[in-house]
Write a protein that binds this ligand. Structure first.
Ligand SMILES: [Zn+2]
Length: 163
């Protein structure tokens, strides 16, 4: 994806208030991120471990989501699969909850998805990050098809949040 700047990311949030988007922590090393290998930039908040964020592009415009990760529970020690990139991790997948955009979100509606805890889906798909033995099921899809699938899964999540 095209590199994003901090102001672009802050203004791209669709499911938190402007004040929250202004205050939340955006990585300082944006210039060093491997943008060419990213379908989205995902990061955890170093100050608030239950918060995560992701930023991507849809129809040529930046879109970012604020996510909550409920605290670790027993299921996290089991093997589970990321619903974005289909990587299976032991204890490395988190349930992330996104408040819906606008009124629905203010009324407490949210959308949940199981996502790689480090939000490095793009790198797992491309084999640039290793999730360990058995992390990827043998598939006949090409790399391009797997990338397309990840992008489609993410687009579906964003569509649910903004619906
Ligand atoms: Zn993933």
């Amino acid at each position: 994806m095209k590199p994003l700047t901090e102001p672009e990311i802050r203004t791209a949030f669709v499911n938190c208030t402007k004040g929250e988007a202004k205050r939340l922590s955006v990585p300082r090393d944006l210039a060093e991120r491997p943008w060419d290998d990213l379908d989205f930039l995902g990061w955890r908040d170093p100050q608030a471990p239950d918060r995560a964020y992701l930023a991507t592009e849809r129809d040529g415009r930046p879109v970012a989501l604020a996510l909550r990760c409920p605290s670790a529970t027993s299921w996290q020690t089991r093997r589970s699969m990321c619903s974005m990139c289909m990587t299976t991790h032991t204890g490395g997948v988190s349930l992330m909850v996104a408040a819906k955009a606008g009124k629905a979100g203010q009324q407490g509606n949210s959308v949940g998805a199981y996502i790689c805890s480090d939000l490095a889906c793009s790198l797992y798909v491309r084999g640039k990050k290793d999730a360990g033995v058995g992390a990827r099921l043998p598939e006949s899809l090409t790399l391009d098809e797997k990338i397309q699938r990840t992008v489609a899964n993410l687009a579906a999540l964003i569509a649910k949040v903004t619906a």
